[in-house]
Design a protein around this ligand. Structure first.
Ligand SMILES: [Zn+2]
Ligand SMILES: [Zn+2]
Length: 247
């Protein structure tokens, strides 16, 4: 299975990265984690030969702005957008006039699956738990092709992130804060708290992503975060746009 990081910034895009989007290419499905501006690059990797499943963590703009690019992606085998209760209403609102091309004008079939109501229609292993964030946000655990990938973004340290990452082959977490930084009113992870989640979960590897655009200016800032995180969890790397890894 191949994991491709298409956008690795949080909040807004910079020369260092687009906002969050990760592609999990499995044997039978193209699974996309969030639709920040990295989503605009999806057409280079998705060719319509597999059904596409888009998992949305929440609706902050750095996780959905790429939906404006739906019309340039080849989803000939269909697109299923998966998210928390209320996702259908959000999609009906923003993937519509006057914001962008309406869903019913796309050249392929699109459906929205809301959790928990439509969980039974997801064709691969999927677990989800609420994250600790300013607005409702879901973390995910995807099991497909015998591998498990956990995706915990926009959250402070929480037990739910540890539970989703439990014994995973790959844990992907956000890293919006700099080393040692915290804020109880607006929780996010720093390199050490992200690494603590990976350590407590017994994950095989940790990838840091969703680097806050105002705090992480250069690629070197990310490298320093990974070095700090490795002091807690040695199997940590930082992501950058277009990074690919096989698990
Ligand atoms: Zn975010
Ligand atoms: Zn957010």
């Amino acid at each position: 299975m191949k994991i491709i990081f298409l956008g690795t910034n949080g909040w807004f895009e910079t020369d260092t990265g687009n906002t969050l989007c990760v592609l999990v290419k499995s044997r039978d499905y193209d699974i996309v984690l969030d639709a920040g501006s990295g989503f605009f690059r999806l057409d280079r990797y998705v060719d319509g030969t597999r059904p596409v499943y888009l998992l949305l963590s929440h609706f902050h703009m750095d996780h959905i702005s790429g939906l404006h690019g739906l019309s340039k992606i080849n989803c000939s085998m269909g697109l299923s957008i998966i998210g928390q209760t209320g996702t259908r209403n959000v999609i009906d609102t923003i993937v519509n006039r006057p914001f962008t091309v309406p869903v019913d004008r796309l050249s392929y079939k699109t459906e929205v699956l809301e959790l928990p109501a439509d969980h039974g229609r997801v064709p691969f292993g999927l677990e989800y738990l609420p994250m600790t964030h300013s607005d409702p946000c879901l973390g995910y655990r995807v099991t497909v092709d015998g591998k498990t990938v956990a995706f915990c973004t926009d959250t402070g340290y929480c037990e739910n992130a540890v539970n989703l990452g439990r014994n995973s082959d790959l844990l992907i977490t956000e890293c919006a804060f700099r080393s040692g930084e915290s804020n109880h009113a607006w929780p996010h992870l720093n390199p050490e708290t992200a690494a603590r989640i990976a350590l407590e979960a017994g994950a095989s590897r940790l990838v840091l992503t969703h680097f806050d655009a105002a705090r992480y200016i250069t690629a070197g800032d990310r490298e320093k975060a990974a070095i700090s995180a490795r002091g807690v969890f040695p199997g940590t790397v930082h992501s950058h746009d277009f990074m690919e890894m096989a698990i």
